[in-house]
Design a protein around this ligand. Structure first.
Ligand code: B1N
Length: 843
């Protein structure tokens, strides 16, 4: 041979089908071995990263350099397991779960990776041996905040559980360049700062620009005659973008499994943009391409109330089109018979955000894989299942037909045809009932013609599930009763869960140690075993340790809030925590009314100081940037907090802290310290809640309404270990039917009147009544979520909380029982339920 100076083989163009994507050494068998699991091995791997990958000498390196090298070192240990897991799955292809979610609120990766690999001690010692501060390095990580709240965090918990249970699965989503905004306060008002989480480097991700996928938009459709003389339709798109996959490792808990989360980033394509924008101005044309890159630029910061923005539909179609193509073309073996696709994949739709996947699958099967409508529908209607996460009417996504036609004309045609055939079925089942037909149609006519995404998902999905028992019932009986009448067996429940790895093991190491010392190891993957703690609720030594753990967590929180926010909290007080998105239905205002009422009781001498149980109230909440009332509520909470902090009559008895930018990282510090968990939404409005579960598992008692998963928490922990208050959902519905007038509650309840009058007086807003008016007036004249109706019941429950807290032993006993009886809320159990009821049912 000519040796290495001979000409290189020409590079294949990646646009040629079956070229650059194809592995070129399929027969290679390597045993992938990770770095040595010793302190020296770790330190050496770290220095290799720093010196040879980053090109930096240790003594010249910054904290950021060190953090990045540490992250890359840790991921190096996960690599072998990742490759092995992927190979094992390829060798033995089985049905997979494809989790489709527009949000993944992952939280920091480093701690979780160390826990999964059990490398924490080695890593810490290695850093110490190099003279580095391990905890300082860990603190450098900016969490990937690619989600808004519960829905996005749920997706993150689910993929953690799937990996820990070794379920063949893949998560698909969007790699937003900017995640949920960073919240700051200026004079008590929320100011949003862009979350440039990638700016310091992204050590946890693996970009694969070589595996780009093309996604089309716009244009028209046409009829044509194919080679076999068949009349068919096709899409003539107007523009396109590329989706670049970025892979994230999803490690199971100390089980050698590493699954993949595949997030898509949009990049401009040459061909189309140049065609559209070309006017002889090359530079302008290139610049104009950047518009394509907007698609994955930023996460929409609305939780529960999405605004119907065109770019959001583009995001949804973008990631779904990439994901389906990725699965069919890359994950499935070549020439797999697509009429049997359901034997190999079930796509779980995380709310309606990815529901455009249904017509996209039909389009792929028909237009790109030559299938007839009937065959394509037969298999498509077995490949998707839909999870609904809300009941709020304003949260149900509808896309105007005009927009859908303009952006995705072929999909609009397909949706029409799905709807036609579906409505035939309805008419057959309910002859002459045109009102029902209109209610069930995938297309709404008023106030504008629009596609109802929840209806589409219900028509096509194998199953539809709600996220807590009560929610699933209301979903079936109130939101989609017509569908339940037609297909009663389509509806099911899977109660949400949270991962005990992140939310107990990582967040609460001291409690974890106490649990392991008491019942032995293994509970982290078998959380029902927490039941074994029950007998210890009356064990003096155990309960004493339990109290000490709680106090240590409080001390840690006080020090974190002092450093992070300059907030100084009293040492001994009940820690009463309300953390969740700011939304009227969650009723942060009801909490505020309780605080004002307590303040008023003390300052007016209505209660004796010695009868007051000192409390520290902590809020954490982001408001959607365009949600006026939510932002006014934030301002009012901050105003009350400030006034209380400056009033010497109360500072020894109450404090209100509102640290800015509540996120997963802060949650992990806050939740383990809490005594009292506030879950006070109006009954019937919170689909599930998941923070409620995290608190109970960390030994906080709940004060809550009969809503969402609170219902199940109370059932499990027992009435006597839960502070229930407020109307039940049927009472709420009845009151709404009768006509709700908040002012009548104000007029007839002196405590409520005093609290509202004091808020309205300007006492907390520097004497300016107008600053409190938006919130106060809304409560008095609208109060959509009936805070005033539940006020007295809430106050009474808070009095029961005080009494219970005074009984130290009784409280600890209840707290222990909350931990012991909440094992049900592991997301491992949720995954089991999805497997049994939806993904791989036995019958
Ligand atoms: O999903 C969580 C539940 O625990 C919460 O109760 C529920 O409120 C939450 C549009 C949503 N529902 N809907 C959303 C998020 C973003 C968005 O753009 C809607 N989030 C929930 C997990 O089941």
């Amino acid at each position: 041979s000519a040796g290495w100076l001979a000409d290189e083989t020409p590079r294949l163009d990646s646009s040629v089908k079956g070229s650059a994507f194809e592995p070129t050494s399929p027969r290679a068998t390597e045993t992938v071995v990770g770095p040595e699991r010793t302190v020296d091995g770790f330190a050496k791997a770290f220095l290799d990263e720093l010196n040879f990958e980053a090109g930096v000498a240790l003594k010249r390196s910054t904290t950021t350099d060190q953090y990045l090298a540490l992250a890359r070192t840790i991921r190096g240990y996960l690599m072998a397991d990742w490759l092995r897991t992927a190979e094992r799955r390829r060798q033995n292809p089985t049905k997979m779960v494809g989790y489709l979610s527009a949000e993944y609120l992952l939280g920091r990766q480093m701690g979780n990776s160390l826990l999964a690999t059990d490398l924490g001690d080695i890593a810490e010692q290695a850093m110490t041996s190099l003279g580095l501060d391990f905890n300082l390095l860990r603190a450098q990580e900016i969490e990937p905040g690619l989600g808004n709240g519960g829905l996005g965090r749920l997706a993150a918990c689910f993929i953690d559980s799937l990996a820990s249970m070794d379920v063949p699965s893949i998560g698909y989503g969007i790699r937003y360049e900017y995640g949920i905004f960073r919240q700051t306060f200026e004079e008590g008002r929320q100011v949003e700062v862009p979350d440039a989480w990638l700016s310091l480097g992204a050590p946890w991700e693996f970009p694969h620009p070589d595996r780009a996928v093309q996604v089309n938009f716009g244009g028209t459709t046409e009829q044509y005659i194919d080679g076999d003389g068949r009349t068919r339709r096709r899409w003539l798109p107007a523009w396109n973008v590329q989706g670049i996959p970025y892979h994230y490792m999803v490690p199971g808990y100390q089980n050698g499994v590493v699954n993949t989360l595949r997030l898509w980033s949009a990049r401009a394509t040459q061909e189309f943009d140049l065609k559209i924008f070309n006017s002889g101005d090359y530079a302008e044309a290139v610049r104009a391409q950047t518009f394509a890159e907007n698609i994955s630029k930023v996460l929409y910061p609305e939780d529960s109330t999405p605004q119907g923005r065109e770019l959001r539909l583009q995001q949804q179609y973008f990631f779904v089109a990439c994901s389906l193509k990725d699965f069919i073309d890359r994950t499935l073996e070549e020439d797999f018979d697509l009429t049997r696709l359901d034997e190999r994949i079930i796509f779980q739709l995380n709310d309606t955000h990815p529901v455009i996947a249904i017509p996209e699958m039909m389009r792929l099967l028909m237009d790109e894989h030559d299938m007839e409508w009937a065959a394509a529908w037969e298999v498509t209607s077995k490949c998707f299942a839909y999870t609904c996460h809300t009941l709020l009417p304003e949260a149900l996504e509808v896309w105007p037909v005009e927009l859908m036609t303009r952006l995705l004309p072929r999909h609009m045609e397909i949706i029409y045809r799905i709807n036609e055939e579906f409505l035939d079925t309805v008419r057959e089942a309910f002859p002459g009932d045109e009102l029902r037909v209109r209610r069930m149609s995938v297309i709404q006519e008023h106030p504008e013609r629009a596609v109802r995404m929840a209806n589409l998902a219900t028509v096509a999905g194998v199953k539809v599930n709600g996220v807590a028992a009560l929610h699933s019932e209301l979903l079936r009986d109130k939101l989609l009763p017509d569908f339940a009448a037609l297909w009663p067996n389509k509806f099911t429940n899977v109660t949400n869960g949270v991962t005990p790895r992140r939310f107990i093991r990582l967040a609460n190491q001291q409690l974890s140690t106490l649990i392991t010392d008491t019942i032995g190891p293994g509970w982290e993957t078998d959380l029902e075993r927490l039941r074994e703690l029950e007998p210890y609720a009356d064990d003096a030594a155990f309960t004493e340790s339990f109290r000490q753990v709680k106090q240590a967590n409080k001390d840690r929180l006080r020090s974190i809030l002092s450093q992070r926010d300059g907030i100084e909290l009293p040492e001994h007080a009940m820690l009463d925590v309300m953390v969740k998105r700011l939304h009227e239905y969650k009723r942060q205002t009801l909490k505020l009314l309780h605080i004002v009422s307590m303040y008023d009781d003390i300052t007016s001498g209505r209660v004796r100081r010695e009868d007051v149980v000192p409390r520290t109230f902590v809020f954490g909440a982001k408001a959607a940037p365009g949600y006026f009332m939510a932002k006014e509520i934030i301002f009012l909470i901050n105003s009350v907090a400030k006034t209380i902090a400056q009033d010497p009559r109360v500072t020894d008895l109450m404090a209100v802290a509102f640290p800015a930018n509540y996120n997963v990282t802060l949650a992990n510090k806050l939740i383990p310290a809490a005594d009292l968990s506030e879950q006070i939404s109006l009954a019937g409005k919170e689909a599930s809640g998941t923070g409620n579960m995290k608190f109970a598992l960390n030994g906080a008692l709940t004060i809550g309404t009969d809503d969402g998963a609170n219902v199940e928490i109370r059932e499990l922990v027992g009435d006597e270990n839960f502070f229930l208050f407020g109307m039940l959902e049927p009472e709420v519905a009845a009151l709404a039917d009768r006509g709700y007038t908040p002012s009548s509650f104000y007029e007839s309840n002196p405590a409520l009147k005093r609290a509202i009058d004091l808020l309205a007086s300007g006492h907390f807003t520097g004497g300016d009544r107008s600053l409190a008016a938006p919130v106060v007036d809304d409560l008095l004249y609208k109060d959509r979520f009936m805070a005033l109706a539940d006020f007295q019941s809430y106050l009474d429950a808070q009095a029961r909380v005080d009494a219970a807290y005074r009984d130290v032993d009784g409280w600890t006993r209840s707290a222990v029982l909350n931990v012991a009886r909440s094992g049900f809320f592991s997301s491992d159990r949720s995954m089991r339920d999805y497997l049994d009821r939806i993904w791989m049912p036995k019958s």
